[in-house]
Design a protein around this ligand. Structure first.
Ligand code: NDP
Length: 294
């Protein structure tokens, strides 16, 4: 059996198109476009690529993009002052501070300064609390994108055995909360989990968010399981100096066993920005008092 390939790139493209299609009606009602502010501190090359793509796709969706690029030696106070300014700016609906931040800045202090109602990344403790107590808030983009792909494939997730490998605040923990909210029976595995292959073998749904290239092997997967690979790992490619991207799952092996699987690249990765735009549109509606109709 060969797994179906879950085309996250196409799904994300559709989601961005849906968001873009809703922007004109919002503009007509609110008298302005939804606005997303992205703050980049320093010159981390990967972050620069992400910020560039976010800007491009925000504009393509018909929204306002406010980019703030600050030097690597920016102080924590200066960054927090900018966040306060964006909190107060009525043309800004969503605020995203690109992580990681330079060493002199305490990430948690900066995230705590963002108005939770503009926290479209869903990292503020208020939104973490809202997610875990079932209140409306903002959910981190990557795990929300994973749930959208799962529901598109499976419909109702009730009663499924789900194993999430990884317990980071950005992916693993919110992923587990979202699956719990979908009535899955959730196991969260991590670096201290005993007998990980055995634990994964129970799962109808496997979400790998580890950051270790091709760690999850084909014989860890229950036949027919749905595999969502969040990992993005750059490894040596064919030929000198060449590199390629691989996930946390050994795709060549897992594709022979799973019922469906996300590829890397082209699976979960493209979902993140699409969900960010969706979260920004939702924030704009809430802040402007315009009902959001999906
Ligand atoms: P973190 O490094 O923050 O977390 C990794 C998690 O994996 C930790 O909980 C760690 O356990 C666990 N882990 C590490 N080694 C093992 C092991 N041998 N067995 C079991 N568990 C292990 O990473 P992130 O959550 O931020 O990211 C995970 C991956 O997802 C990365 O490849 C990242 O690039 C990718 N990513 C992709 C995104 C996208 O598609 N847009 C967005 C965000 C991330 P412990 O807690 O015990 O240390």
């Amino acid at each position: 059996m060969t797994a179906q390939i879950i085309d996250g790139k196409a799904f994300a493209g559709d989601l961005r198109a849906k968001v873009a299609a809703m922007v004109p009606a919002f503009r007509a009602k609110a008298g302005r476009a939804p606005g997303l502010a992205v703050v980049l501190v320093g010159e981390d090359p990967a972050s620069q690529v992400y910020v560039r793509n976010k800007h491009k796709m925000t504009i393509e969706a018909g929204m306002e993009s406010f980019e703030h690029r600050l030097p690597a030696d920016t102080s924590q106070d200066a960054l927090i002052a900018l966040v306060h300014q964006l909190n107060a700016d009525p043309s800004v609906d969503g605020i995203l501070v690109q992580l990681p931040l330079p060493r002199q800045i305490d990430e948690s202090a900066v995230l705590a300064a963002i108005d939770p109602d503009k926290d479209v990344d869903g990292f503020h403790v208020v939104n973490v609390g809202r997610l875990s107590t079932g209140m409306a808030g903002y959910v981190p983009c990557t795990p929300l994108g994973c749930v959208m792909l799962l529901k598109d494939r499976l419909g109702d997730l009730s009663g499924k055995d789900a194993v999430v490998i990884g317990r980071s605040n950005i992916v693993g923990k919110p992923m587990a909360q979202l699956l719990l909210a979908e009535n899955c029976t959730v196991t969260v595995a991590h670096s201290r989990t005993a007998n990980l292959p055995e634990v994964v073998r129970r799962a109808d749904i496997v979400v790998a968010a580890v950051g270790r290239p091709e760690m999850v092997k084909g014989d860890w997967i229950k036949p027919g399981a749905i595999v969502i690979d969040v990992g993005i790992n750059r490894v040596p490619g064919a030929g000198p100096g060449k590199t390629k991207l691989v996930g946390d799952v050994d795709f060549a092996e897992a594709v022979e066993v799973a019922g469906a699987i996300t590829p890397v690249p082209g699976g979960v990765g493209p979902m993140t920005i699409a969900v960010l735009l969706r979260n920004t549109l939702v924030a704009a509606h809430r802040l402007a008092g315009v009902p959001y109709e999906k």
